[in-house]
Design a protein around this ligand. Sequence first.
Ligand code: SF4
Length: 296
Amino acid sequence: MKTMNCSICPRKCNIDRSTKFGACGLDDGCYVARASLHMWEEPPISGTKGSGAIFFSNCNLRCTFCQNSGISRSIVGKRLDENQLASEMLRLMEAGAHNINFVSPTPHVKTIIKAIKLAKKNGFTIPIVYNTNGYETIKTLTALNGLIDIYLPDLKYVSPELSRRFSGAWDYFEYASKAVLEMWRQVGTLSLDNSGIAKRGLIIRHLLLPNCVDEARRVLDFISNELPKDTFISLMSQYVPMAEAASVPPLNRRITKREYERAVGYALNIGFRNIFIQRFSSQTLEYTPDFSVYSD
Ligand code: SF4
């Protein structure tokens, strides 16, 4: 997969990233803002020792309410080639990580694919998590088939109006809906080892936004209609107004306890059995890593 005429994601910029920047703000480099053990993912991902989270710089979606805006809008961190990225994967495995967790990986997928193959030749054995905003093409996911053990996509919206307003992508659901089905086709329902650590499968995340319980219901209805009821979903309450969202109603407030309870109640009512919920007190910056530090 070349970045000449890049069409890695649905933005389909069709530019040569060695000479121009894409809508993701990236050239042809692979940039890592932080690579460290991370304890704040879902319990089967973080486990007791942490997930080996590799946070990539920039993002192809660029939501108004981005919770990682410190690294998603401009190039931050170290430029790594595939050998250096493979070394980081092995370093985190040696440090005890349960898995390697590629966070916002999409524009960097070309280097990621090479790094996974290199790391495996050098003794890499733990599961690989692809932690994405969901705005993916089937072509890119097909290139990852057999390399990714656990898909951890967001499913942010169904409504084109909301995805256009908050993420500049009216076609978000058109792509993300097909993407989660392809992910499920590749890895299936989440399976855990005897210690409750994820081995393989799909977890779909939905970050509840203020005044958006109806949108959460539409997202849950889609999953319920298209995938088995034992599909793992993660309903996140941790939204904090950040970046431009701090001045854009209704994004300029945290969600209410009542809103979160309504979304969780709906998921239970329509039959989901495997739901990760967050403490309502999770609406703090505790979930946002310190991006001024590359590694702890
Ligand atoms: S990865 Fe970046 S350059 Fe490539 S299509 Fe997506 S936004 Fe455009």
